[in-house]
Design a protein around this ligand. Sequence first.
Ligand code: KG4
Ligand code: ZN
Length: 357
Amino acid sequence: MRILAIESSCDETAAAIVDIGPHHRQILSNVVASQINTHALYGGVVPEIASRAHIEAISMVTQQAQRDASLTLSDLDAIAVTYTPGLIGCLLVGVSFAKSLAFSAGLPLIPVDHIKAHAAAAYFEHPTLEAPFTAFVVSGGHTSIYSVSAPSQFEEIGGTRDDAAGEAFDKVGRILGLPYPGGAAMDALAAEGYALLAEGKLDKISLPSPALRDTFDFSFSGLKTACVNYIHNYRQIHGLDKTDPIPHEERVRVAVSFTDAAVQGICKTLEKVMHHTGEKKLVLAGGVAANSHLRKAVLSVAEKENTALYMPPLKLCGDNGAMVGAQAYFEYIAGIRAGTDLNAFASGETAVICSTL
Ligand code: KG4
Ligand code: ZN
């Protein structure tokens, strides 16, 4: 089944065409127009600017996805769109556009939850992956653990009580003077830090763990604030002004200390989850799942626990249309369709789905 899938929940306008069936899962095109350079000027996503940028890009991105796949609307079987969760103005652009497209082409419209789509990105790399599995979706907006009993049945069993992991990576990156979003640059700095640690040439800062006791929940705000305070004190002790750069070695120390605390906290919690559920399949997905240190550490925990780990390739960890298309296929199989009355929801409520198209 060929699905044109649209994603506009945050700062990427994305469209993809996927061809998925019981025995094949293929990406025919996957176009992502990122707004990162625009938002970098402000140090974070500005919702109103993001919505406007989606409006400007969505038609071109959707056409490009058709050109890249050498297909037109008449070759498709369905249109899919992310309708929750995300920035409401951004979601509305994708939802309105997808509704018009589906209506004009006479195609069914499939509403997709962004978090489920992140986990679904793993289906392409691992064609044999099937529910049930445990999914850990870790991104700029979400840090949640789900028990997935069927492809569209997600039950949250743990999550962050404050900041998302990616938000904390970005905030610490920002105080270190890294460009927004800081996640990838923090990854590279931490790699330098781990190499120095292995040679005994660096001491880590002692930081609080984001893992909470007796629960599968996290708290990243204490870890983030401890890094902010460390840098603040460092500046005071060394007579540095707010705008003076932090020396490279100190940035490496903070990046590796933060990353290690985050990764160890996540691994500890995932280990608890594996013991508790006994589930032997784990999906690690979302933008932060691109982190090289996290991938390596979760893999070694999974191996120790005799659990199969499924991770999307790096280019499918961040927001994209292909992951929406993958989840849409399973929603479609489960009988989920939306009508022209489909609405967008900022915080993950389940829409009343009807089938009027
Ligand atoms: O999934 P995503 O593209 O958007 C949301 O749904 O939030 O995730 C973006 C987040 C950002 O916080 C970004 O800094 C983080 O993923 N990220 C990383 C890495 N690459 C992207 N964080 C840590 N290490 C990385 N290599
Ligand atoms: Zn996302």
